[in-house]
Design a protein around this ligand. Structure first.
Ligand SMILES: Cc1cc2nc3c(=O)[nH]c(=O)nc-3n(C[C@H](O)[C@H](O)[C@H](O)COP(=O)(O)OP(=O)(O)OC[C@H]3O[C@@H](n4cnc5c(N)ncnc54)[C@H](O)[C@@H]3O)c2cc1C
Length: 423
C-alpha cells in the first residue's frame, strides 16, 4: 500500500494512456505525482490499433524497445475493403515516411495500458488503484485544489494538489460535473464488437494490417489482428441501421452484418467467436474547455472522435506528453496554476482533433471516396497519409481539404476545447 502525502505536485484522475503518460513524464522530471484509477490493472479496454505517430510519445516514455520485443502484430498499413470484398491498394506507411515510426503495433490494451502505468510507477509516480474520483475540491474563488476520492481500501479521502489532470477517458469525470459535454450531431454512431480466435490473416506485410470493411449506409467493420491468434472485430454504424428493432440479440445482429461484407465473411469463417459481444452508444463529443484554474483535461476526457482512423490512443499519448511539459513549466513559475497556462495546449489539441474530424466527416459522406481523392494527385495521397499516420501537428492541410471539400461536405471547426478564461 502507498503512503499518502498531504500535498502532491499533480494528481492525475485515470491511469489510461493519457493519464499514465502525463504522470510518467512528470515523475521523470522529479515531480510528486499521484494517479487515482478506479479499476485494478490490467483491465479490459477497447481500441487496439495504434497510429504510427504513437512512436514519438512511446519513445519519450522509453517504451519503444519493449514494444519492438513484444509479440504484438506489426501494423504496416491500413486497408479499405468494399462490401463485395474488393480490397483497394493499402496505405503503407513506410512508402510515405522512411522511419521506424512507420511500423506500429496492434496491442491488447490491458497489457499496453499496464505497461505505461508501470513506467509511471518506476519513474516514481504513486498509483492508487480501485480508487474513484468523486468530486473536485474548489476554493471560494473556484480554483481547483484537489479531488475527493473513494478508495476500496481507505474509504473517502481528500487529496490536494495545485493541478488536477482529468484523464478519466469517456467517463469525463470533470466535464460531466461542469456540464461541458457537447456531442457531435453528425457522428451519432454506435459500435458492436467481439473477438475471434483462429480467423484468417492476410499474407506477408498485410498480416497485421488494420482493415476497414464497408457496410451499407457507410457503416463499417474494423478487423484488427492481435497476438495469440486473436482478432478484434467490430461494427460502427448508425443506431437505427444496426439496432433496427428486428432483434435485440447482439450475436444475431453481428452475424447478420457479417453476411454483408464478403471479405469479413471469408476471414471470420476460419475462426471461432470467443467471449461476449460488447456495445457502446453515441460517442463523438468535445468538451467545452480544456482547463479551468487548477484543472486540465487530457485524452478522451477532453474529446472523443469516431475511431475509424485509430486516432484515440495517439491523441491520448500526445496530450499526455504536451501536458507533462506544460505542467513542468508552470509548476516552476509558482502557484496558483491558472487556466491560461494551458492556452497553447488547448489550441494545439483542438487543431489536431479538427484535422482528424474533417477526414472522419469525409469518410462518412455518401458521395466521397478516398480513391477519387488520391486520383487527383500524389500530393493529396501524401497529405492524406500524413493524417492517417498522425503527422498533424502544425501542418498546413489547405490543399488537401480544398480538394476534399469538392467531394464531400466538411464540417466547420468548433471552438470547444480551449482554456477557460482565468478568474
Ligand atoms: C468502439 C471503439 C473503438 C476504438 N478503437 C480504437 C483504435 O483502434 N485505436 C485507437 O487508437 N483508439 C481507439 N479507440 C479510442 C481509444 O480507446 C481511446 O481514445 C483511448 O483509450 C483514450 O485513452 P485515455 O487515457 O484518454 O482514456 P482511457 O484509456 O479510457 O483511460 C481512462 C481511465 O480512467 C479511469 N477512470 C474513469 N473514471 C475515473 C474516475 N472517476 N476515477 C478514477 N479513474 C477513473 C478508467 O478506469 C480508465 O482506466 C476506440 C474507442 C471506441 C469506443
Amino acid at each position: 500500500m502507498i503512503s499518502l502525502k498531504n500535498n502532491y505536485d499533480a494528481i492525475v484522475v485515470g491511469g489510461g494512456p493519457a493519464g499514465s503518460t502525463t504522470a510518467a513524464l512528470l515523475a521523470e522530471k522529479g515531480h510528486d505525482v499521484l494517479i487515482v484509477e478506479k479499476e485494478k490493472f490490467p483491465r479490459y479496454h477497447v481500441g487496439e490499433s495504434l497510429m504510427p505517430f504513437c512512436y514519438f510519445p512511446l519513445e519519450r516514455l522509453g517504451l519503444v524497445d519493449t514494444l519492438m520485443e513484444s509479440a504484438n502484430p506489426r501494423k504496416y498499413c491500413v486497408q479499405f475493403v468494399r462490401q463485395d470484398g474488393f480490397l483497394s491498394q493499402p496505405f503503407y506507411f513506410f512508402q510515405h515516411f522512411d522511419h521506424p515510426s512507420s511500423t506500429t503495433w496492434q496491442v491488447w490494451r490491458s497489457e499496453f495500458d499496464k505497461m505505461i502505468m508501470d513506467k509511471a510507477r518506476s519513474n516514481g509516480a504513486a498509483v492508487m488503484e480501485e480508487t474513484k474520483a468523486k468530486k473536485l475540491i474548489k476554493s471560494e474563488n473556484d480554483q481547483v485544489e484537489g479531488v475527493k476520492v473513494v478508495s476500496k481500501d481507505l474509504g473517502e479521502l481528500e487529496l490536494k494538489a495545485p493541478i488536477v489532470v482529468d484523464a478519466s477517458g469517456r467517463d469525463c469525470f470533470a466535464a460531466h460535473k461542469e456540464n461541458w459535454m457537447v456531442r457531435d450531431p453528425e457522428l451519432k454512431k454506435v459500435a458492436l464488437w467481439t473477438y475471434y480466435k483462429g480467423a484468417k490473416r492476410d499474407p506477408g506485410l498485410d498480416e497485421g494490417a488494420t482493415t476497414v470493411a464497408y457496410l451499407p449506409n457507410k457503416g463499417w467493420f474494423w478487423y484488427i489482428p492481435l497476438s495469440g491468434d486473436m482478432v478484434s472485430v467490430g461494427i460502427v454504424a448508425e443506431r437505427d441501421y444496426l439496432f433496427d428493432g428486428s432483434t435485440k440479440d447482439h450475436a444475431e445482429i453481428f452475424q447478420r452484418e457479417v453476411q454483408n461484407n464478403q471479405w469479413i465473411k471469408e476471414h471470420l469463417a476460419e475462426g471461432d467467436q470467443t467471449g461476449e459481444y460488447r456495445t457502446t452508444g453515441e460517442y463523438s463529443y468535445r468538451n467545452k474547455y480544456c482547463s479551468i484554474d487548477g484543472l486540465v483535461l487530457a485524452g478522451d476526457a477532453l474529446g472523443f472522435l469516431d475511431p475509424v482512423f485509430s486516432s484515440g490512443v495517439f491523441l491520448a499519448l500526445k496530450s499526455g506528453v504536451m501536458l507533462a511539459d506544460e505542467i513542468d513549466k508552470v509548476i516552476q513559475q509558482g502557484q496558483p496554476i491558472k487556466s491560461s497556462s494551458f492556452e497553447n495546449y488547448g489550441k494545439r489539441m483542438q487543431s489536431s482533433i479538427e484535422t482528424m474530424r474533417k477526414i472522419v466527416y469525409a469518410f462518412y459522406d455518401k458521395e466521397f471516396s478516398f480513391g477519387d481523392l488520391v486520383k487527383r494527385g500524389d500530393h493529396l495521397r501524401s497529405a492524406l497519409t500524413d493524417c492517417l499516420v498522425g503527422n498533424v501537428d502544425d501542418q498546413d492541410f489547405k490543399e488537401l481539404f480544398d480538394a476534399m471539400s469538392d467531394l464531400a461536405e466538411l464540417p466547420e471547426p468548433v471552438e470547444h476545447g480551449l482554456a477557460h478564461a482565468s478568474s
